[in-house]
Design a protein around this ligand. Sequence first.
Ligand code: PEP
Length: 252
Amino acid sequence: MARRILIAGNWKMNGLQSDGLALASALATHMRGTSDPAFEMLVCPPFTLISKVVDAVAGSGIQVGGQDCHAAEKGAHTGDTSAWMLKDLGCTYAIVGHSERRTDHGENDATVKAKAEAALAAGLRAIVCIGETLEERDAGKTLDVNRTQLHGSLPAGATAENTVIAYEPVWAIGTGRTATPEQAQEVHAMIRSELVGKLGQGVADAMRVLYGGSMNPKNAKELLAQQDIDGGLIGGASLKADDFWAVAQSCP
Ligand code: PEP
């Protein structure tokens, strides 16, 4: 089944207003000059830039997402942002369970599942991140760890339309060390087969599974050519418009 490639940029905690605007505008110019792109493009700026980026990419086809959301709709949660607030700003996606959130904020699978369910309830699509550490890979636990995180983090009511999985080996994030296409494909194939058991063949065939971890213009083509890799969640290389655009141009 043909799945539409998703090229998603995670800007993390980077960019003042002028940087964010310049990056978003450059990408929007690329997109506006492309008829019928072979991919869907998403950028996830820091919260402070979302409104400006939504305006800058308006009409280009580029979508905007949040990097996280709270599980509750509103209330006494100082410093947090709800999925409904992201939606209100014009976002269409929220990343949940990024390994930096799991590490820096002690998020576990239950937290991630609750956040993903909030994203769906608010009318956003959830990008649910999973991935093993180097220690877990070296101990031969890669498939088990990812299987457990997948089952624990998948939101109730997940469909191929409202949920995307991102496999991001923690040891490859921001390190310049990328999983080989074979290493990534092995995990992606496992994820898809688990999705068959959990959601049925039709949903599993249609649900997108992204790879993330030092994806860049040099390695994107080979990674994106893998049978079960349906796009990328890109950190560092998403901060330069030309690099991010070059990754998008690597779509098969
Ligand atoms: C990420 O933050 O999701 C990521 C994959 O980062 P990088 O591309 O920099 O490894």
